[in-house]
Ligand binder design. Structure first.
Ligand code: C2E
Ligand code: CA
Ligand code: CA
Length: 585
């Protein structure tokens, strides 16, 4: 029993021993697997993994570390980890002591600059962890190459701040730089200048040569401007053909003018696009900071105003924003406010100028012409307020009011004369034509007031008759679909292509006053007008001559076969009641 029991104990002991041994072997096997797994991870990781002692000396480096820094991993062992990085000195906190402070227990996702063996550098992201191994403290350093991510981030910010076509700064970046520059200018007391450049007749190039050529031209101009100026000057593109320059550290206004001259000089040589030499010029407006403190918006606005003066003074030139322009700008602001007020008070009324048929002397049409019944200034002519109404967009609501007044009056004529009532002709500007609701406004006016669509006609100037986009073309189509008539106004004054104009769906051509005036003493004008009339007739169109002031003009027009005449000789524009009286005479 004893023996059995002692044998039993021995058996138990050896059983335990072998169980332990098996256990150990299993553990060792598992450990081996774990170790293999770790080695696998270590060897195949994409990130560089290093173990480093607290003195910064590398104890192990994985193959990725070797690839990243261009060493054999074994050669890295024993060297200082700080040799793998460039100290940029702009990190805070844990960044002294070379590149990373290894006494810090944990550094997460810190960005640093890696240095390869050949001296080239690249952006890195680091994770540093301090670990206890036995009785020693060690650091593991995991480094990731973030070159691609950085490039992507840069592309993103670039997109938000640059013009994709030319690569120049866009409005956002320009305004940001301008705001900073204004602060500097105030401190240094050195003025800065903003130059607003608009490429002259860019639209013509774009329309005639196509958008690709237009884009190529803009890119060429961008590079001419860029090379003409100092590197510290900002050249930005605000879209379209508008380039804006910020020139800092000017001595005075003359310095700014020198910049404008450089810009102009850079465009003197023609730009070659598709085997064609294109001559470009720019109208440049300059605004320089002065005594008053100015905001970026002030400067841009002033430079823009000066640019408009350069354009109206004949293009291909520069103008400086000065006291004169400031006064004009203020006056404009006054007029704009007065226009808004006047619209609220219904101060805009429509007058009508009869158009007389040369066949039977009847009034076949009447042109609606807007007048401003100003409380102090009396009857103000449209030449004085329409340009400002155009610029501010007030022309759109004003135009709607004019349509209503004109059609309501024409309704009276139809009540009085039935089918013998004259067509009412309303002027519409390009801006009005391209405003979204224009077709609806015309449709509503016709439906509310007129018996038929062709009781109303629209006068569109030659330049506005050439729509520059698909929407413009669609608008014209929709208007003709309403049955209304169309006339090309001021014919012969624009630069529109004649072949296009003849195809435009207008049944009336209005010869501009300037030709009519020259009929008195200019034989060439007679030949021109004759040609226009013959051409129009061959296409089934009616010719109206406007601005007829003398008997001689009238008789020449009659002889040349003109259909209809309008002018002071026959009638001045008349108020609605006077016009009604004339029709019922
Ligand atoms: P427009 O369309 O060429 O209109 C003809 C202009 O010539 C009118 O000037 C008219 O009063 C004037 N006129 C008529 N007969 C004679 C004449 O025998 N001799 C001279 N020297 N002038 C004559 P107004 O009314 O001052 O209009 C000027 C321009 O303003 C118009 O030129 C037109 O482009 C624009 N406009 C006038 N009313 C409106 C309107 O309701 N809407 C829009 N969008 N523009 C308008
Ligand atoms: Ca007209
Ligand atoms: Ca006209």
């Amino acid at each position: 029993m004893e023996r059995r029991s002692s044998r039993g104990e021995r058996n138990t002991a050896s059983f335990r021993e072998s169980a332990l041994r098996r256990q150990l072997a299993r553990t060792e096997h598992e450990l081996q697997i774990t170790r293999d797994r770790l080695d696998l991870l270590f060897d195949n990781a994409v990130d560089a993994i290093l173990t480093v002692d607290l003195g910064g000396i590398i104890e192990s480096a994985n193959p990725a570390a070797g690839r990243m820094f261009r060493y054999h991993p074994d050669d890295m062992v024993g060297t200082d980890v700080r040799g793998l990085m460039v100290d940029e000195g702009d990190h805070s906190g844990d960044a002294h002591d070379g590149v990373i402070d290894l006494r810090t227990t944990l550094i997460l996702n810190r960005e640093a600059t890696g240095a390869r063996r050949d001296g080239s550098t690249f952006p890195l992201e680091l994770v540093v962890t301090q670990v206890e191994l036995g009785d020693r403290a060690l650091s593991t350093v995991v480094a990731r190459d973030i070159t691609e991510r950085k490039a992507f981030e840069r592309r993103l910010t670039h997109q938000g701040t640059h013009d994709p076509l030319t690569g120049l700064p866009n409005r956002t970046l320009f305004l940001d730089r301008l705001a900073h520059a204004l602060v500097t200018a105030e401190r240094t007391r050195r003025p800065l200048a903003v130059l607003f450049c608009d490429i002259d007749r860019f639209k013509v190039v774009n329309d005639s040569l196509g958008h690709t050529a237009g884009d190529a031209l803009l890119v060429a101009v961008a590079s001419r401007f860029r090379t003409a100026l100092r590197t510290i000057d900002t050249v930005a593109r605000f879209g379209g053909d508008e380039f804006v320059i910020l020139a800092e550290d000017m001595a005075d206004e003359d310095d700014a003018v020198v910049v404008a001259r450089k810009l102009a000089a850079s465009l003197v040589a023609p730009v070659r696009i598709d085997d064609q030499d294109i001559h470009v010029s720019a109208s440049i407006g300059i605004a320089v900071t002065g005594h008053d403190s100015m905001t970026p918006d002030d400067l841009l606005r002033d430079a823009d105003v000066a640019m408009y003066r350069a354009k109206s003074n004949g293009r291909a030139r520069h103008e400086l924003f000065d006291a004169d322009l400031r006064r004009q700008a203020l006056q404009r602001l006054d007029t704009e406010n007065a226009l808004r007020r006047g619209m609220g008070l219904r101060e805009f009324v429509v007058h009508f100028q009869p158009e007389i048929s040369l066949t039977d002397g009847r009034i076949v049409g009447a042109e609606a012409l807007v007048r401003w019944e100003h409380p102090d200034r009396g009857l103000v002519s449209p030449a004085e307020f329409l340009p400002i109404a155009e610029e501010t967009g007030l022309i759109v609501p004003m135009g709607e009011d004019i349509f209503t007044q004109a059609c309501a009056e024409a309704c009276r004529w139809h009540e009085l004369l039935g089918d013998d009532a004259p067509t009412v002709w309303v002027n519409v500007s390009g801006r009005q034509l391209s405003s979204p609701g224009v077709v609806d406004i015309v449709r509503r006016s016709v439906e509310q007031w007129l018996p038929r669509g062709d009781a109303l006609g629209l006068e569109i100037t030659e330049t506005d008759a050439v729509p520059d986009d698909e929407r413009g073309r669609r608008t014209v189509q929709e208007l003709t679909a309403l049955g209304i008539r169309l006339a090309i106004d001021d014919f012969g004054t624009g630069f529109a292509s004649l072949s296009y104009l003849w195809r435009f769906p207008a049944d009336v051509i209005k010869i501009d006053q300037s030709f009519v005036r020259r009929l008195d003493d200019d034989r060439d004008a007679t030949v021109l007008v004759k040609a226009m009339i013959e051409m129009a007739h061959s296409l089934g169109k009616t010719i109206v001559a406007e601005g007829v002031e003398t008997e001689q003009q009238l008789s020449r027009l009659r002889r040349l076969g003109c259909d209809t005449v309008q002018g002071y000789l026959l009638h001045r524009p008349l108020s609605a009641p006077v016009m009604e009286g004339l029709l019922t005479l």
